[in-house]
Design a protein around this ligand. Structure first.
Ligand SMILES: [Zn+2]
Length: 71
């Protein structure tokens, strides 16, 4: 079972997750190709369900901070 990393897009700051060891991931919000060796990892989790939960948690926090405006 692979591990997953949760991180923020280095361009728009929205959270997403990827499998550990993956080199890049595309941000669904701004289409930026994120280089995973350049980002700060928020946390590591054991499965994709936990990864999705963490992403939702971070997303809610960020949207509240931004006044619920998603651009
Ligand atoms: Zn982005």
């Amino acid at each position: 079972m692979g591990r997953y990393i949760v991180f923020l897009c280095s361009r728009c700051g929205m959270p997403r997750y990827a499998r550990e060891g993956q080199r890049t991931a595309k941000c669904p919000y701004c289409n930026f190709q994120i280089r995973l060796d350049k980002i700060r990892i928020l946390c590591r989790v054991e499965d994709s369900r936990a990864a999705r939960e963490m992403v939702e948690k971070y997303k809610a926090k960020i949207l509240i901070r931004r006044g619920m405006k998603l651009r």
